[in-house]
Design a protein around this ligand. Structure first.
Ligand code: TA6
Length: 295
């Protein structure tokens, strides 16, 4: 499959389609600066983003599954139509579905698409069309997530980019920008609180859904001397998650020590759901930027 896809969508020096882990087809983006990214058709799952210096900026567990029907642990899971638990499988249907390659371009960039299937309709009775556009710059990764109601009935849904950032040491990471923002504390029955810390640091499990959060956040990876900026557009909410020791240990596709090297800072529509009338569309965008700390 990869060969045919490469023939149709490959761009020399910019876009390559090749077998990835367990032979799953992946799209590899290469920027003239030396920056890189990789996205699997499985779940339209971005699994790698490297800066020009070769630092891997995303986290993927060494225990991750790469298999049909199973979500990849790490990278940027695409969440739709359900965030978290509920009537559907945890985090919905999109992250375990086989997406299609729609377009590729200089930039480099690639667009993947997903529409309803007999399986999705059996679980969630609404036609839909998703697109994820992944665009790589010298110091940026831009994710544009579009959702359209292609059915004759209205529906309501969540839509989230569940980004796992890699950090050198979570105990030397700092997240700026959430002070004063209301959040739901998932660890305490989604009790509503307000963030009082100007800078979040991490020494225990955290799982918070920040509502209508500021559009720009900064994650300092002090251990590696890197500064990541997270800029979101039309994506109101942010979840911050680290499983810490106990939850990491009881998660089969998560190494016991891996909580030390990751932090989820997720962007999208998490609470409440977004209503879409027939024919309506929603587009949200998250731009990730990496600079040297103090740069
Ligand atoms: O990141 C928020 C969250 O909902 C956490 O509660 C945790 O469950 C995490 O997602 C991972 O979920 P997953 O289904 O991928 O194990």
């Amino acid at each position: 499959m990869s060969e045919a896809l490469h023939a149709a969508f490959g761009i020399p020096g910019a876009v390559t389609i090749a077998p990835g882990v367990h032979g799953l087809p992946q799209v590899v983006l290469t920027h003239p600066s030396g920056a890189g990214a990789a996205v699997y058709l499985h779940g339209a799952h971005v699994t790698s983003w490297t800066n020009a210096a070769g630092d891997e900026l995303l986290f993927v567990s060494r225990e991750s599954y790469f298999a049909a029907g199973r979500p990849i642990r790490g990278g940027i899971p695409v969440i739709f139509p359900q965030f978290g638990g509920g009537a559907l499988p945890q985090h919905g249907l999109a992250r375990t579905a086989a997406w299609r390659l729609l377009r590729s371009g200089d930039g480099p960039a690639v667009t993947l698409g997903l529409t309803e299937s007999a399986d999705t309709l059996a679980a969630w009775p609404h036609p839909f069309a998703l697109e994820l556009d992944v665009r790589l710059g010298a110091a940026t990764l831009t994710l544009t997530y579009t959702l359209r109601n292609t059915g004759a009935e209205p529906f309501a849904c969540h839509a989230v980019l569940h980004t796992y950032f890699g950090v050198g040491d979570i105990r030397r990471a700092a997240l700026h920008g959430l002070a004063g923002t209301a959040y739901l504390d998932t660890l305490h029955d989604r009790r509503r609180e307000v963030e009082t810390c100007p800078v979040l640091r991490f020494d225990q499990e955290i799982d918070r859904i920040y509502l209508n959060a500021p559009d720009t956040l900064q994650l300092d990876d002090e251990a590696r001397g890197l500064r990541l900026t997270i800029a979101k557009h039309n994506m109101p909410d942010v979840t911050v998650w680290n499983p810490w020791i106990a939850k990491a240990a009881r998660t089969p596709d998560f190494g016991d020590d891996e909580y030390l090297r990751m932090l989820c800072v997720e962007t999208g529509i998490m609470h409440p759901q977004h209503a879409l009338a027939p024919g309506d569309a929603w587009t949200g965008e998250t731009v990730l930027t990496c600079a040297a700390a103090g740069g």
